[in-house]
Every structure is written in structure tokens, then in C-alpha cells.
Design a protein around this ligand. Structure first.
Ligand SMILES: Nc1ncnc2c1ncn2[C@@H]1O[C@H](COP(=O)(O)OP(=O)(O)OP(=O)(O)O)[C@@H](O)[C@H]1O
Length: 258
């Protein structure tokens, strides 16, 4: 095979990968409708060029120029998320799991299970490699050890900190009552309210995990990478948390030794 063919194949492979990656990032967002709309306008523009419909051509050309200028403004949140996702791609290798152990996981699981039984609404965000400083700053800052009792008491209705999200970073409770960006995805179950949307939102903005207890039903859910797994029981939650930290430890070990 000649060098030229190899570089052409590489070229095609890279472009296919980039398109696949971009489609993955925008799937389920309002940008999908926009892409469909733009595709349609490009098709009409192509036909009008072939048929030499000059006025239509002129109109579509001017329209597309305006759209291109307006795009970054209208889709600023989506663009920011996409760039954050690209930047996340594994370059920040902070050993976020270092202070985590079975004890911390156990305390969280017990607190969530108890709140689920008593239908106490809760939203707990567990950060991983991506720091959540900008979200921590929106709440009341704490620097507390993880304990079932503390988590449980923060989310009691009488507690001034119960509203909003609690953020755990490096196995420490960093803040409570934090405000998160809500996911703008259009394919989220409409019966889920803002607590679940906020949980999904933070996992789109970062690689954090978000644990939710529904106040209405007591259902336990976990959001990861923009996907919500619902109806988890105590052991499934424990397994999920343990698995995530074990996986991170393994990956970090591989990086250091191979
Ligand atoms: N942007 C946000 N950031 C953090 N927490 C939020 C945010 N929006 C709402 N919440 C939390 O969610 C609570 C409201 O939950 P809501 O009933 O709207 O959601 P839900 O998904 O239906 O949850 P539930 O099943 O518990 O009712 C608020 O009281 C607040 O604690």
C-alpha cells in the first residue's frame, strides 16, 4: 500500500471519529434539531444552485451567514459543555480516589437508604477528576468527614442546608445547598423534576456522579455521564460506588505501571 493511501485512510478514519464523537456529545440536546434544520437549508441551497435560482440562492446565502454568526451566542451552553467534555478526556490525572475507602462508601449508602425509606429528598454529588469549585462556591462551604448522621441531618426539612445539592470532593463533604445547572436535554422523563434534572446536568458538565433520593417516591437514582439509572436498591448503589472507585484505582495503577 502506498504512503498516500495510508494517509488518506487515516484522514477518513480521523474525520469519522470526530463526527461520531461530536454526534455523541450533541445527541439528546436541542442542537440536534438545529443540525437537522441546517441540513435541510444546505440541501435547498444545493438544489437552488443546481437550478440556478439566483434570488433563492442569494437569500439562503445571507440567511446562513446570519445563522453562523448567531450560533455561538445561542448555543453557548452546549458549546461550553462540548469543550469541557473534550478537555476532560483523561488529561487531569489527579488521584481523586485516594481518600476513598469502603467506610466512606458505606456511610453514603446507609444515609441514602435511610433517606429513601423515609422519603427525604436528597441530591449528593461525588466529584471525580473534574473539580467542582464553581459549584461549591454557590453553596455553604463545609470541610467535613463523610458520615451517615451528617448527611442525613443536612437533608432534613428543618435544616437550613437541605435545599440544593451537597458536594463531596476527595472523600470530604465540601459544601451543601449548592446550585447546579439543570440539564437542558429534551429526552428526560417529564415526570422527573428539577432535582433529577440538576443531577443529570452536573454529570453532563463534569465526570461527577450524582446520587438522588426522590422526596416524592423515595426512589434512589444515580446519574453518570448524563444518564440516569433509577430504582436502585441499597446493594446496587453500594456496588455502583465501589465499582466506580475500584475502576478508577485500577486505571490509575495501569497508568503508573505501564
Ligand atoms: N438547580 C438546582 N441545583 C440544586 N438543587 C436543586 C436545583 N433545582 C432543584 N433542586 C432541588 O430539588 C428540589 C426540588 O425538587 P423537585 O420536586 O422539583 O424535583 P424532582 O426531581 O421531582 O424531585 P422529587 O422526586 O424529590 O420531588 C429543590 O427543593 C432543591 O432542593
Amino acid at each position: 500500500m502506498s504512503w498516500k493511501i495510508i494517509t488518506s485512510l487515516l484522514d477518513i478514519f480521523i474525520i469519522t471519529f470526530i463526527i461520531y464523537y461530536l454526534l455523541n456529545i450533541i445527541s439528546g440536546t436541542r442542537a440536534v434539531q438545529l443540525i437537522k434544520g441546517l441540513g435541510l437549508i444546505f440541501l435547498v441551497a444545493l438544489f437552488s444552485q443546481l437550478l440556478e435560482l439566483n434570488t433563492v440562492n442569494w437569500f439562503l446565502d445571507s440567511f446562513l451567514t446570519i445563522i453562523m454568526v448567531a450560533l455561538p451566542i445561542v448555543f453557548q451552553p452546549e458549546l461550553r459543555r462540548a469543550l469541557e467534555q473534550i478537555g476532560r478526556g483523561g488529561f487531569l490525572k489527579e488521584q481523586f480516589w485516594q481518600n476513598w475507602g469502603p467506610k466512606e462508601i458505606n456511610e453514603i449508602v446507609l444515609a441514602i437508604a435511610e433517606m429513601s425509606e423515609q422519603k427525604i429528598g436528597a441530591l449528593i454529588v461525588v466529584s471525580r477528576r473534574v473539580g467542582l469549585k464553581n459549584y461549591i462556591e454557590t453553596g455553604i462551604q463545609l470541610e467535613a468527614k463523610i458520615s451517615k448522621q451528617l448527611l442525613y441531618s443536612i437533608f432534613q426539612h428543618e435544616s437550613p442546608l437541605h435545599d440544593g445539592a451537597l458536594i463531596i470532593e476527595n472523600a470530604k463533604i465540601k459544601a451543601a445547598s449548592c446550585f447546579l445547572n439543570l440539564s437542558t436535554r429534551s429526552d428526560i422523563n417529564p415526570r422527573l423534576g428539577t432535582r433529577h434534572r440538576a443531577a443529570i446536568g452536573i454529570t453532563e458538565d463534569s465526570d461527577a456522579l450524582a446520587l438522588v433520593v426522590s422526596e416524592e417516591t423515595g426512589v434512589i437514582s444515580v446519574a453518570e455521564e448524563g444518564q440516569l439509572s433509577r430504582h436502585l436498591d441499597k446493594s446496587e448503589l453500594r456496588e455502583k460506588l465501589s465499582h466506580i472507585f475500584a475502576r478508577s484505582k485500577e486505571k490509575s495503577f495501569m497508568r503508573r505501571h505501564f
